[in-house]
Design a protein around this ligand. Structure first.
Ligand code: GMT
Length: 390
């Protein structure tokens, strides 16, 4: 039996700070909070907007909106100050046991400030920071933010990273003098599972063509142009369709690339979608050629729906997508290799079926029910450690 299985649950009051918009860190924070609430914890979300995965009323969950009064002097509204003030309020009037911030910038430093203010009033609340990726690898290490990020990581009571790779990047880029615990991202297998959507599949691929899919926020780091270039090479050999799901800064360029290549008839830009599990259910391959990726939650969602993944080998992706097992990995930018792997899987039914099953088996290792207790246990450890210090 695992340590987590032995863990005796004690109800906690947990404050969760996250970005409410589309994006992996907000999804992980919201799904974690919902799962914690379902097992009896009292969860308080603190953000500037209702997190998009928190659409309906849920027992044990309260949402605290960070509102900020604008003033003509403020060219940039001081969000961090407003967040720290809201945290002080939420902790004080709800007796929170712990604050868990997702994405270091600016959440970890706002929580540190709130902690200091509360401490001056005789209230002690521990802070756990979860590092998600770009808060370290892209934005965090930039000189604009580095000193504050470094300080607030070292001054969090607990720090977790979503992959071994991200932990290593954090140790490489910053001067860290605190323990970092790796707690991987997870998937709710009740939501992400293959469902029968034959009519939908026929509508997209009327002649039974295989369907490739990419889901992201279309930021540069996702290399959407590599998705299209990989697809171009696949479709030059076999008929196929590509679904591009999501929206972001690179979308216009991607649309132009499809026009220039004359392959628009085989590609559908679907924009932001809610029911991605349904789209994944009709797909045969997921493409994730990212430049950098701490984990690759989108790949895990695909795998939970039985979709093998062709990805780059950047960052933490190899911890999720196992080469020649749940999919294939190639060097960043090597679209010829990615296309060759895609062709291999799409033209070998038996291999494709084996990879589908392997992908699902791998996703089960990241089942929410297995990972959530790791957070509960970690919270308890940090609360106990901090109590001992008071
Ligand atoms: O990928 C993004 O740009 C969004 C970003 C976020 O913070 O929302 O995603 C990061 O966190 C996800 C959840 O932990 C990870 O699955 C993604 O790999 C990570 N993105 C990058 O590292 C680029």
């Amino acid at each position: 039996m695992t340590l987590e299985a032995n863990f005796k649950r004690q109800s906690m009051k947990i404050g969760i700070v996250c970005y409410p918009t589309y994006g992996g860190s907000g999804v992980v924070a919201t799904e974690l909070g919902k799962a914690l609430a379902r097992v009896g914890h009292e969860v308080h979300f603190i953000s500037y907007k209702q997190p998009f995965r928190l659409s309906s009323f849920e027992q044990n969950i309260t949402f605290h909106e960070v509102s900020f009064t604008n003033y003509p002097l403020f060219e940039f509204p001081p969000y961090e100050t407003a967040l720290a003030s809201k945290l002080v309020d939420a902790v004080k009037y709800n007796n929170l046991d712990i604050i868990h911030v997702h994405y270091a910038i600016p959440h970890a430093s706002a929580a540190y400030l709130a902690k200091q203010i509360l401490q001056a009033q005789g209230i002690y609340v521990p802070v756990v920071t979860t590092l998600h990726g770009t808060d370290i690898t892209l934005v965090g290490k930039d000189v604009t933010y580095e000193p504050v990020v470094n300080f607030s990581i070292n001054n969090s009571d607990g720090v977790t990273a979503v992959s071994e790779s991200l932990k290593q990047d954090t140790l490489d880029y910053f001067d860290i003098n605190t323990e970092i615990e790796v707690i991987p991202n997870f998937i709710d297998l009740n939501i992400f599972q293959e469902s029968n959507k034959v009519h939908f599949k026929t509508a997209i691929a009327p002649d039974g063509e295989p369907i490739l899919i990419h889901i992201s926020n279309f930021r540069k780091v996702k290399r959407v142009h590599d998705v299209i270039d990989t697809f171009r090479q696949v479709v030059s050999r076999i008929p196929a369709k590509l679904l591009l799901v999501g929206d972001g800064p690179e979308r216009k360029k991607a649309e132009q690339q499809c026009r220039d290549l004359g392959i628009c008839n085989d590609i559908r830009f679907l924009g932001k979608q809610q029911a991605v599990n349904e789209l994944l259910s009709v797909s045969d391959l997921f493409l994730l050629p990212s430049e950098s990726e701490s984990f690759g939650l989108a790949a895990l969602e695909a795998m939970a729906c039985g979709v093998p993944v062709i990805s780059s080998n950047a960052g933490g992706i190899p911890e999720v997508n196992a080469h020649n097992d749940t999919g294939f990995l190639a060097d960043v930018g090597n679209t010829a290799q990615m296309a060759q792997y895609a062709y291999l899987l799409l033209t070998d039914k038996e291999k494709h079926n084996t990879f589908k099953q392997n992908a699902l088996d791998q996703a089960k290792r990241f089942d929410l029910q297995r990972i959530m207790p790791k957070y509960e246990k970690y919270y308890q450890k940090i609360i106990d450690k901090c109590k001992a210090l008071i």
